[in-house]
Design a binder for this molecule. Structure first.
Ligand code: ATP
Length: 514
């Protein structure tokens, strides 16, 4: 655990030191769970957003984009169920006065049991060597099976209690499991209460005419209320999707995991409108497609897993998370939800307008079913960034800090470095910079010895360093150094663009989805 904490602290301090993420309003001691993206962070975030947008919108003829406003008519949130049901169960510890999400306390308890399973697996792996069959071991080893049954029993009871709004049983479960406050060790808990996560605000100048509004807690509703406008003007035929990226706001009860759980964050969502009865196939299709998108970035197959929901949200008939191995363990990165016709039917009811699709093949109208994929951009940022940050032992006995970002996402694609600050080398380096910047985000760096500049770019996540030396003046060639392998090769200046392009362009990476 201490190791995980240390690794996470390193991630946070590296994100600040290299201009990726700053605490919001830092000079006023910050604002809890709100963060700003700095010069490198904003580029990484934009590149992740673009990578998602291209995969979802550009590569799919039947998916189009939308940018709906953050403010929406307040009835939207009555219809969607958020006013009545967008709650988290909170519990306070009477001694430490700390507030927790009751479900998270229970999930963390289960995560600890899971760590025990992992330990047993590691031990057995050592014992059996090459003959080890992990799947068989997990399904037959008495101790592991016992642990897994315990987890299943706990989560299924919690799921049922939350679904039935039986908050007394959620508290009883916490007490039976003897869960203590992680800060104080105290088991002196208050009752569990529901807490609505929406931020309220007002629209209008005078107190009498002002209207109560909410900051949207998800981008999805902007898509639902525009469903018919887009379908008609875009002449879309079912099945089709509408994709949107944008800010969402939630007054999270506990928010202390850096950009994992923020009060203001960005979502990338796609609602896919389908014929009723086909939701099972589409659910499987989008689970698989979205996992492929993640895997295309090469961040390690073992770092992902699906988690099927026990407790379904009020709108869903099936739901799964794609979980990622963050520095603090496996947690939700993306949700795939089969939302049925809940949202469109509710908006029909509350607005009095028909939100139906006329199916020419079937010669009838119906309210489409919806399959949703929903991923947090900031959470994806944290996944990419924390996975990339590595301390690497080198052959010469030293270590280097390297940020092995997928090069398609890296903020800066190449640094151009004159070996020395004289003899006409800076001029040539700047000429290269001037040419490459039409196509890529590139920088010029002449300060310090070249070895130190390489290290700086490694830590910054820059995939290529291009060094101009005295030979360059003779042979129009430069040394290109690859961040991950540290290999260097001599190439013609005229080939640089093609070399960089083939490695960083979206085509190269997205093709891996196939
Ligand atoms: P959690 O269980 O972690 O609170 P959720 O199930 O409420 O998440 P959804 O409503 O399904 O999340 O939202 C879709 C995605 O939006 C999540 O998979 C996550 O990536 C992102 N997300 C949700 N809440 C936050 C937040 N507070 N900060 C950052 N990202 C978030």
């Amino acid at each position: 655990m201490a190791n995980q904490d240390d690794q996470f602290k390193k991630v946070i301090s590296h994100a600040k030191e290299y201009g990726y993420v700053f605490q919001s309003s830092e000079i006023y001691d910050g604002l809890s769970a709100v963060y700003d993206y700095a010069q490198n962070g904003v580029e990484l975030k934009k590149n992740i957003r673009d990578y998602w947008w291209k995969a979802m919108v550009q590569m799919n003829e039947n998916i189009v984009g939308l940018d709906a406003a953050i403010f929406m008519h307040p009835t939207t949130w009555k219809a969607s169920g958020h006013v009545d049901a967008f709650n988290d169960p909170l519990i306070d510890n009477k001694d430490s006065k700390k507030r927790y999400r009751a479900d998270v306390l229970i999930e963390d308890y289960c995560a600890k049991i899971e760590t025990k399973i992992e330990k047993e697996v590691k031990k057995a792996e050592k014992r059996f060597g090459e003959a080890f069959n992990k799947a068989e071991f997990i399904s037959t080893n008495g101790r592991v099976v016992g642990y897994q049954e315990k987890i299943n029993t706990i989560l299924s009871r919690m799921g049922k209690s939350l679904e039935n709004e039986d908050l007394a049983d959620v508290k009883a479960l916490i007490e039976e499991l003897e869960i203590a406050c992680p800060l104080s060790g105290s088991k002196n808990w208050t009752d569990v209460k529901q807490f609505n996560l929406m931020f309220g605000t007002k629209l209008g100048a005078s107190a009498e005419s002002a209207m109560d509004l909410y900051l949207r807690p998800e981008t999805a509703q902007g898509i639902f209320v525009n469903f018919l406008n887009v379908q008609k003007t875009g002449r879309m035929k079912i099945p089709f999707g509408i994709a949107q990226t944008g800010k969402a706001f939630r007054n999270e009860i506990v928010a202390r995991q850096f950009i994992f759980r923020m009060r203001e964050f960005e979502q990338m969502e796609m609602q896919f409108f389908i014929k009723p009865g086909t939701q099972k196939e589409w659910y499987e299709h989008w689970k698989e497609t979205r996992l492929k998108w993640h895997l295309s970035l090469g961040m390690g197959q073992d770092n992902y897993r699906f988690h099927d929901h026990e407790k379904l949200a009020h709108y869903a008939d099936a739901a799964a998370d794609i979980e990622f191995k963050f520095p603090f363990g496996f947690k939700e990165l993306e949700g795939i939800h089969s939302r049925t016709d809940f949202d469109l039917s509710q908006h029909e009811k509350f607005s009095g307008k028909k939100l139906q699709y006329f199916d020419h093949e079937e010669n009838k109208s119906y309210v489409p079913y919806v399959l949703e994929t929903s991923i947090g951009l900031d959470r994806m940022f944290l996944a990419v960034f924390s996975n990339a940050l590595q301390e690497e032992a080198l052959e010469n006995g030293t270590t280097r800090t390297v940020l092995k970002l997928p090069s398609v996402l890296a903020p800066v694609k190449a640094a151009i470095l004159p070996l020395v600050k004289k003899d006409g080398l800076p001029e040539v380096a700047k000429e290269i910079l001037e040419d490459l910047k039409w196509d890529f985000n590139v920088i010029y760096d002449e300060k310090d010895a070249v070895g130190r500049r390489y290290r700086r770019q490694d830590a910054n996540g820059t995939p290529f360093c291009i060094t101009v030396d005295h030979d360059t003046l003779e042979d129009q060639s430069v040394t290109i150094r690859h961040r991950d392998s540290m290999e260097q090769e001599r190439v013609k200046i005229s080939d640089l663009k093609a070399i960089i392009k083939s490695e960083v362009e979206v085509r190269t990476w997205l093709k891996k989805m196939k």
